[in-house]
Design a protein around this ligand. Structure first.
Ligand SMILES: [Zn+2]
Length: 718
């Protein structure tokens, strides 16, 4: 379903966003407001010391352009009930805690446990948050006779010695990675089982999109969450419309309508709590079967667009934003651990080159991906990422070829070049370079700024993580065309990035910085003894007939053998041939080696090779490191076998027969481990599969005829 495509810039530019604007960061300026908002009541409940919850950073996007990061904490059901939260359905509640203390203790959104001490208490609040921003939401009361929903805040005093403890992602069921790991998926790759919840309130208020329209918006439009994640990741990630985990028929094509016991007038947080509770009840008490849960809310207040929790499965959309592909990409990006993309010295999401900047109220666009800093964190391009220390370059300078996201599989350049500095430590930073290729038809064709330029980013690290995986905001520092340079200080070293050329898919850059020190003890550059370059040419075919008198003499032997044969045959031949040979065959002078096994696999002897069909035979006898050719000369029809050699070129039209219609279990494209036959067909888009598989007579087609849908194998894959 197509909607009017309004190129409306949703996140306005005039507000400078504040990173990690937790409650207490703004304590001084907002003190009075906060005090006024929190209903100081006798409803305070102290938590039993040792009670724990999982902290998450919630990133809220307001429609006036500002963003707010605040800590929330999720209690498990038992703790919620014993703390008096159970009946409210409110297991995820806001934290009133010193942001700096959370950081010092190493809190990671979705990856740790917070254990409270003696002084922590929860308290109901009147309004969506303790923050000032929510005040234009009008909070209504519920119909007579129905209990009011409560929402809470958890206060942790500055003096309290609460604990932050890392969870084990392999064993702690509450860790954000636990459920995906159990399905043997990496967190940013693989299938993401995606549930869309269309929330209907008590008064039957619902978003402006039908169930079918929501299916189209997320899974089926020409440009939608599914197509963009698949295209940008080159098939590394696959958004799958969830199917019923139970026998109920409530869920069709990933979208479920759920009526909740709350009114939109009660505000966003009550709507979230009730929607979460009702969704869990619908699916047997847990949503753990789903990797992503996207809640499409009826219009609930007017001041917010969407929000998500970092490293979590949940994201929430306010009515009209349920159709925006860029908001979907952006919020799911937060779920995957990405933070915003800004411009250095400007707004936190002013970088319009990728999806973690501004979003747009468009149903089918813009078609774009993520910037180089996010690309590195996402890890979708494992053989096109490199990290170097710009303060220590060989000879003080190094050149690199960069490719855009589109050309990852066909090019030989880097999609993301990481310049190492202090990014492995909390509050440290690294730099990233990428080429924002955005030509027509490209998956990134509608990047909203700096098209076809080389972009330099600084990325801040929120956590201590050495692998470039830390959540953090990326800041665009420079946008360079051919011949342009940017210089900046990395520590005490001046580093210069210069764009030498941009030709089609390749942008060539030179990085000049510090000189790598020469190692103090020099190792020899050449091995001391040269190995012989040739092996002996021919073994002697006969033993010498007699030892020469003089071992040093070079003369031919002078004598004849002195011995006579030791014995005559002891028996006469038992039979003479009963018939003359029917055909004059050339006697083979070679035999297949019965002990040969291709790649040491048990069944893969010369006979196995012989039965693989002409094209594979040709390949294995020719290209199998020579081992099959040498070990199976008869099968390979080497000249010594007297057989007619296989054709030296594979037939052009259909190089394989139906006998060959079997995917190799060991083939990898270009030798890249993950690029197996199964990988060829992992991306739902036909065009991607075709690009990977290439021509009918090419190697991927012949090795993976089923996955690649070789025309000769149509009977097998249809
Ligand atoms: Zn955001």
């Amino acid at each position: 379903m197509k909607f009017v495509s309004t190129a409306f810039c949703a996140f306005l530019t005039f507000t400078v966003a504040t990173a990690l604007r937790g409650n207490n960061i703004n304590k001084n300026e907002n003190d009075n407001k906060n005090t006024n908002e929190i209903v100081v009541s006798n409803a305070r409940r102290h938590l039993a010391p040792g009670t724990d919850c999982v902290p998450f950073i919630r990133v809220m996007h307001y429609d006036d352009g500002h963003i707010e990061d605040s800590w929330f904490c999720e209690f498990n059901e038992n703790a919620a009930v014993s703390s008096g939260l159970g009946n409210s359905g409110s297991q995820m509640i806001e934290l009133d805690v010193d942001e700096q203390k959370m950081k010092e203790k190493g809190a990671i959104s979705g990856g740790c446990l917070l254990t409270v001490g003696r002084s922590s208490y929860i308290e109901p609040i009147d309004g969506d948050e303790t923050n000032v921003a929510q005040k234009d939401n009008v909070f209504g009361s519920r119909s007579q006779g129905k209990p009011a929903h409560e929402i809470f805040v958890l206060h942790i005093s500055a003096e309290e010695d609460f604990h932050i403890e890392m969870m084990d992602e392999d064993t702690d069921t509450r860790h954000s990675k636990y459920h995906s790991k159990r399905r043997k998926l990496a967190d940013k790759t693989g299938d993401l089982n995606t549930l869309v919840v269309r929330v209907i309130d008590e008064d039957n208020n619902v978003a402006d999109f039908s169930n079918t329209e929501m299916y189209n918006n997320i899974f089926d439009d020409a440009v939608c969450l599914k197509t963009q994640y698949a295209g940008c990741s080159h098939g590394a990630i696959n958004i799958v419309a969830a199917q019923n985990p139970t026998s109920s028929n409530t869920l069709v094509n990933g979208v479920v309508d759920i009526q909740i016991e709350a009114k939109i007038s009660e505000g966003r947080q009550v709507m979230q709590n009730e929607a979460t509770k009702a969704a869990k009840a619908t699916f047997g008490g847990t949503l753990n079967d789903f990797d992503l849960v996207m809640y499409c809310q009826p219009q609930t207040g007017t001041n917010w667009i969407a929000y998500a929790y970092l490293n979590d499965s949940r994201s929430f959309y306010n009515n009209e934003w349920c159709k925006s592909v860029s908001v979907h990409m952006h919020e799911v990006g937060h779920n995957l651990g990405l933070h915003h993309s800004g411009i250095l010295g400007g707004s936190e999401y002013a970088d319009k080159t990728g999806m973690m900047g501004f979003s747009y109220l468009e149903d089918d666009g813009p078609k774009m991906c993520f910037n180089a800093a996010k690309s590195y964190q996402l890890g979708w391009y494992p053989d096109a990422m490199q990290a170097v220390d710009p303060r220590s370059l060989p000879g003080g300078s190094q050149s690199f070829t960069l490719n855009g996201v589109e050309d990852y599989e066909t090019g030989n350049g880097l999609v993301s070049l990481r310049l190492l500095y202090t990014g492995a430590t909390k509050d440290g930073k690294d730099y990233y370079v990428g080429y924002n290729r955005a030509t027509a038809g490209n998956i990134n064709e509608l990047s909203q700024a700096e098209k076809n330029k080389v972009l330099l980013y600084q990325k801040d690290s929120l956590y201590s993580q050495g692998d470039g995986q830390s959540t953090g905001i990326s800041w665009r520092m420079a946008s360079l065309d051919v011949g342009e340079s940017h210089s900046w200080m990395v520590g005490d070293t001046e580093v210069i990035l210069t764009v030498e050329s941009i030709v089609d898919a390749d942008a060539i850059v030179t990085l000049t910085g510090g000189v790598a020190p020469v190692s103090p003890t020099e190792t020899p550059t050449v091995s001391p003894t040269v190995s012989p370059t040739k092996s002996p040419t021919v073994s002697p075919t006969k033993s010498p007939t007699a030892a020469p008198d003089d071992p040093t003499s070079t003369d031919p032997p002078t004598g004849t053998p002195t011995g006579t044969p030791t014995a005559a045959p002891t028996a006469a031949p038992t039979a003479i041939p009963t018939a003359a040979p029917t055909k004059d065959v050339t006697e083979p002078t070679c035999l297949d080696d019965s002990t040969y096994r291709q790649k040491d696999k048990k069944n893969r002897d010369c006979d196995w090779l012989a039965n693989k069909g002409e094209s594979k035979l040709l390949k294995r006898c020719g290209n199998d490191g020579g081992s099959a050719r040498d070990a199976c000369p008869v099968t390979c029809r080497s000249p010594c076998s007297g057989l007619t050699a296989p054709p030296t070129e594979a037939p052009v039209v259909s190089p394989i027969s139906e006998d060959d219609c079997e995917d190799s279990d060991e083939y990898t494209l270009g030798g890249v481990a993950k690029k197996t036959c199964a990988w060829m067909t992992k991306n739902p888009r036909d065009s991607i599969r075709k690009k990977r598989c290439g021509k009918n007579d090419g190697e991927p087609m012949i090795e993976c005829p089923i996955a690649c849908q070789h025309p000769a194998c149509a009977n097998f894959y249809r």
